[in-house]
Design a protein around this ligand. Structure first.
Ligand code: MG
Length: 347
């Protein structure tokens, strides 16, 4: 049983890889089309070279099929000596892929730690290494989930600093939630359906209704495998259609260009920043919109994703804002806009 282990350390030469489970406590229960939860599992990673520590993290939403057990089991297979030159991202990812297919959250944890470590070695944040202007980072959306009228009022009060609110649809009471929000504010909304609409006609009818209510875009309206219905919808929809569950890595992007207007990039899907950057560049080259998202994560994972925010049309980087026990300080939100730190700090 590996879950009870406080810290597992694998030491070779000067490189040490440490990892341990870390359960994130949610400020409010999170309600999706398929489930509701109050905590979410995570695994923290530390990659130590001499006196420098790079931090990484895996977050495992149930729909991606990874768990604390699978992430810990993958990380146990990693030979830290193969990470001894942390700048060799391409070679290291080939090595990680050779250990097992999939396991992208586990691979993301290593990748995020490598990027954090190399950033500290170079003394520069990755947005600067990528040549991106941090002033171009967009405002983040902030997710409001349905609740009792009292809790919903509290959630909306907490969400006041954020210029764009995100609403989940495809769940009972979704239109009522949007109407309640519209009585409170006219700020732009974005909508995430999490594959919740069953037919293309249902999707189009909902989108036409949303288009009259200052909605910016709609994320993953239908089943991720139904490319044809999304293509039909994209041809008729007045709002951009963004792929989330349908896109994992850069290899998925070209086939989606006819069916979606853009993609939602998340490090836990792509296996980290190395491929996420390729996804953003590829989507732009294909004329697609770029959205950077996250899972429910600490500031470690969210700050890593935020390095790409200046490349994005929209960002949904509120994962760390939803938890009560964040062990890091990283990106901040000022007047709704993502502000990138020079470096991630451990509390
Ligand atoms: Mg989504």
């Amino acid at each position: 049983m590996i879950l009870g282990a406080a810290v597992i350390a694998l030491t070779m030469s000067a490189v040490e890889l440490h990892f341990y489970p870390y359960e994130l406590k949610l400020n409010h229960a999170f309600n999706l089309a398929s489930m509701s939860r109050t905590v979410t599992p995570g695994v923290q990673v530390e990659l130590r070279m001499d006196s420098i520590i790079g931090y990484g993290e895996a977050s495992m939403p149930p729909y991606l099929g990874e768990s604390v057990e699978s992430v810990m089991s993958f990380l146990e297979k990693v030979d830290p000596q193969r990470l001894a030159d942390p700048f060799q991202f391409e070679r290291i990812h080939q090595y990680l892929d050779s250990l097992a297919p999939g396991n992208r959250a586990a691979k993301a944890a290593i990748d995020i730690a490598l990027h954090d470590l190399t950033s500290r070695i170079m003394g520069k944040p990755w947005y600067q290494i990528y040549g991106l202007d941090p002033e171009l980072a967009p405002c983040t959306s902030y997710t409001i989930t349905n609740d009792t009228p009292e809790v919903l009022a509290q959630k909306m009060a907490e969400a006041e600093p954020y210029k764009i609110w995100k609403v989940k649809m495809g769940v009972p009471g979704d239109r009522e939630l949007i109407e309640t929000i519209r009585r409170h504010t006219d700020r732009p909304l974005c909508v995430d359906v999490n594959q919740g609409w069953k037919t293309r006609e249902e999707a189009l009818e909902n989108i036409l209704w949303l288009a009259e209510r200052n909605v910016l875009f709609v994320e993953q309206p239908m089943d991720k495998t139904d490319l044809e219905s999304h293509k039909w919808l994209k041809e008729r929809s007045p709002l951009p259609i963004i792929a989330d569950e349908a896109v994992q890595t850069s290899a998925d992007v070209p086939a989606l260009a006819d069916a979606y207007d853009g993609i939602n990039i998340k490090l836990m899907k792509s296996g980290g920043l190395h491929d996420a950057y390729k996804m953003a560049i590829l989507a732009r080259a294909l004329g697609m919109k770029v959205m950077i998202g996250c899972m429910t994560e600490t500031s470690c994972g969210v700050t890593a994703a935020a390095q790409l925010a200046p490349l994005a049309d929209w960002v949904d980087l509120d994962g760390n804002l939803l938890i009560a026990n964040d062990p890091f300080r990283g990106l901040t939100i000022v007047n709704g806009q993502v502000r990138l730190p020079r470096q991630l700090l451990k509390n």
